[in-house]
Design a protein around this ligand. Structure first.
Ligand code: HXC
Length: 526
């Protein structure tokens, strides 16, 4: 029999007491002083965040005993069980998730070899289990003391983010700094949620920028929540505080399947499938130059209170988000005629295309509400690559195999008609409202191009003839019956009928199957 050392507990009770003591050490993180400093910054600790995010008592920690193996630069004195991240799994509204929370109280949550290994192990577990991965990010970035070990661990994380893409949903909740190349992990995930005031993301900070480009910028303007949600588009959601960021995360998850082989989670319908809101019939002004609010259309068609807008502040001329129809999750893409008349610009293209691809990867049917005069004109847009960016929309719709439905509420001009889920990029059913105008362009522009020279030669600039031609043009292309007569749209709906008709169409397409030619992958114009 092997003899035990004097430190080895000699009874079952002593063994359990040791286990309790070791567990107690794990939850201490970087110690009381650093916890206090974290609270003083208005931030919760990693464990407090997990407690708020997950269903009560559901968190199961893994790798709480892992420590780093480095000793240079004072690292011997900074060895904490669990190192700088808490990893494990739990439940949100009864559904399984894997989650990691960077612990800022341990060396600023710096990304170490040990943190990398813990997160990698968790992601492998999530992929095998087929559950979403949520990262609660609060870190100073690469652990300087570990040099290449830290950088290699980051590379390993980015590789895993890429492998998991399209297989399990990945959500990044930003609750502190995220600097340098470390931003590429959230950047690779499906959704980024930022917290106002306390979360900042940037490749290089204000000091480096001042040295290199001589620009002066504060942290919030450079990489705060509003900057990334309204300007760069990096963030999909912005929260006023940590509590709201975690609440948004829970709500977002209620629309997402656990993995790409599951349907999205349906809820018992609380709203009648036959509800026909008569206000919809009055909503679109007959004068095409008058705007209306597409949010009001969405609110009246989809299940009550089911709309969760994604990318609210970015490219608001386009709308993307999740909603429900008779309890089933759908992805909604629309124009917002209130902003820039719903024109499609570079940012709107990126916003729409990325959302479509997420929905397609995760079996979420798409419903598109079309009202766009076309692509944004201008030198800045052309030089910024609107050809390349706009092409993403047509590519994303064309490759999407989930059920696709479209409703043309008013303008579907030129390229906008084609790219916004038109029949021939394989939209299953395209409906139009009586207000729909499907044309290469508006009546005024069309008549000027076709007859402008002749009209100028006429008396009074040919005003009467111009008006007659425009009216003729509007009659043919400014109303949807011509398109319906040739099958370019499948039916004309009274706006109030839209809800029951979309529900019926979705039910029909529930088991939709398509085949694709085998290929490694396509080459979307990025
Ligand atoms: C190890 C670090 C650290 C680092 C800070 N700390 N940065 N430890 N590696 N990179 C330690 C601090 O010494 C401190 O330890 C604790 O973390 C908290 O840091 P504070 O500065 O006290 O926090 P705060 O005042 O909130 O300031 C946060 C901060 C600042 C603004 C983020 O720490 C900062 O500017 N850090 C450097 C950020 C950075 O440049 N990171 C590298 C990015 S490049 P104590 O013992 O006092 O608690 C990168 C490359 C990734 O990440 C490449 C991937 C491909």
């Amino acid at each position: 029999m092997t003899s035990r050392s004097s430190e080895t507990p000699s009874s079952p009770d002593a063994l359990l007491a040791e286990l309790r003591a070791r567990r107690e050490a794990i939850v201490q993180g970087g110690g009381a002083a650093r916890v206090e400093a974290q609270h003083a910054k208005g931030k919760l600790t990693a464990r407090e965040r997990l407690q708020r995010l997950l269903d009560e008592g559901s968190f199961v920690e893994v790798d709480g005993y892992v420590t780093h193996r480095h000793s240079d630069f004072g690292m011997d004195r900074e060895r904490h069980p669990g190192d700088s991240v808490v990893t494990g799994f739990g439940k949100i509204a009864g559904r399984r998730v894997c989650v990691y929370a960077q612990d800022f109280t341990v060396l600023g949550g710096s990304f170490s070899e040990a943190q990398g290994q813990k997160v990698a192990k968790l992601m492998d577990l999530a992929l095998d289990a087929g559950v979403p991965v949520i990262g609660l990010n609060d870190s100073v970035g690469a652990r300087i003391q570990e040099g290449v070990y830290s950088l290699a661990a980051y590379a390993e994380l980015f590789w895993r983010n890429t492998q998991a893409s399209g297989i399990v949903p990945q959500i990044s909740v930003m609750l502190g700094p995220c600097a340098g190349g470390s931003v590429y992990s959230p950047g690779l995930t499906d959704f980024v949620i930022m917290t106002k005031g306390t979360s900042h993301m940037f490749i290089t900070g204000p000091e480096v920028i001042k040295t290199v480009t001589h620009e002066t910028v504060d942290l919030e303007t450079l990489g705060g929540a509003m900057t990334h949600s309204a300007v760069s588009g990096v963030a999909h959601f912005v929260a006023d505080d940590e509590g709201q960021a975690l609440a948004v995360t829970r709500r977002l998850l209620s629309y997402l399947p656990g993995n790409n082989a599951e349907p999205p989670p349906a809820v018992p319908p609380a709203d009648s499938p036959w509800r026909m809101d008569p206000e919809l019939d009055q909503l679109v002004p007959l004068d095409p130059s008058q705007a209306y609010d597409m949010q009001a259309v969405i609110a009246r068609i989809f299940d009550r209170d089911s709309w969760l807008e994604v990318h609210t502040h970015f490219a608001p001329n386009a709308l993307t988000g999740f909603a429900r129809l008779h309890g089933q999750v759908v992805g909604v893409v629309a124009q917002q005629p209130l902003i820039l008349a719903g024109v499609i610009d570079i940012d709107a293209s990126d916003k729409i295309a990325r959302f479509i691809r997420f929905c397609d990867a995760f079996n979420i049917p798409l419903v598109t509400l079309v009202d766009s005069p076309g692509f944004m004109p201008g030198v800045a847009q052309e030089h910024g690559g609107i050809i390349r960016h706009g092409a993403k929309i047509v590519y994303a719709y064309s490759e999407a195999t989930v059920p696709k439905l479209a409703v043309i509420t008013r303008k579907a001009y030129g390229g906008a008609y084609i790219v916004m889920s038109s029949k021939y990029i394989r939209t299953d059913l395209v409906f139009a409202w009586p207000t729909a105008e499907i044309a290469v362009m508006g009546a005024e522009g069309a008549v000027s191009i076709l007859y402008g020279k002749d009209l100028k030669k006429m008396a009074a600039g040919g005003e009467a003839e111009r008006a007659r031609l425009e009216a003729e043009f509007r009659e043919k292309f400014g109303r949807p019956y011509h398109a319906a007569a040739s099958g370019h749209v499948d039916d004309i709906l009274a706006p109030s009928e839209t809800r029951p008709r979309l529900i019926a169409a979705l039910e029909l397409l529930r088991d939709k199957q398509t085949t694709r030619r085998p290929r490694k992958h396509g080459n979307i114009p990025l």
